[in-house]
Design a protein around this ligand. Structure first.
Ligand code: GAR
Length: 204
């Protein structure tokens, strides 16, 4: 059974979707670890509800990013993690984490990348007057929402209610993340990818 880790900073609805899909067998894996950089976040309680091991840490209590990422890597190794899924983890991955797990880290973003990177993508796209929104899942590099795209899904919306738009986008994120993670873990239809990432992917 493959093992995945989910990194989140807040609500954790994508964690919930992945955990439920694992419980129901839709993803042939289990969530072996949740990593959260905000100990009070709702995702920490969700992890407890699913009895998922959770490493919740305060980045300020470490001397450097390299220090807390080294601790994360130790925990990923101990849990035998095959794939890391960022799900609202609002931090850039540094060299320590990418050095150990690069090519095995994916992220979900609520926009059609490379447009509207950053923490407020839905609001930014809405303010810009976008008519076709969307969701992207991509490999993670050392830039904000950067890395080769794995899957995308469009969300057409021409209304003026941002709450409704957010609901539509989240409702698109959850099944897309489940389908994409299942495909990555089961070696489904090949994604276009570069050689280096393909080589690393063989470890998944
Ligand atoms: C999701 O919409 C995810 O795409 C976004 O954070 C939200 C987390 O929601 N990520 C980014 O904006 C990354 N730049 P969740 O905590 O309910 O899963």
């Amino acid at each position: 059974m493959k093992r995945i880790a989910v990194f989140a900073s807040g609500n954790g609805s994508n964690y919930e979707a992945l955990a439920c899909a694992c419980d129901e067998g839709a993803i042939p894996a289990r969530v072996a670890l949740v990593v959260c950089d905000r100990p009070g976040a709702r995702v920490v309680r969700r992890a407890a509800d699913h009895a998922t091991e959770c490493f919740a840490f305060d980045p300020k209590s470490y001397a450097s990013k390299a220090d807390y990422e080294a601790e994360i890597v130790r925990r990923l190794d101990a849990a035998g993690v095959d794939l890391v899924c960022l799900a609202g983890y609002m931090r850039i991955c540094g060299p320590t984490l990418l050095g150990a797990y690069g090519g095995r880290i994916v992220n979900i973003h609520p926009a059609l990348l490379p447009a509207f990177k950053g923490a407020h993508a839905i609001r930014d796209a809405f303010d810009y007057g976008v008519k076709v929104y969307g969701v992207t899942i991509h490999y993670v590099d050392d830039t904000i929402d950067g890395g080769r795209i794995i899957s995308q899904r469009a969300v057409p919306y021409e209304g003026d209610d941002i709450d409704e738009l957010e609901r539509l986008i989240h409702a698109t994120e959850h099944p897309l993340y489940v389908e994409t993670v299942r495909r990555l873990l089961t070696g489904g239809p090949a994604e276009r990818n570069n050689d280096e990432t393909n080589e690393k992917r063989e470890k998944i």
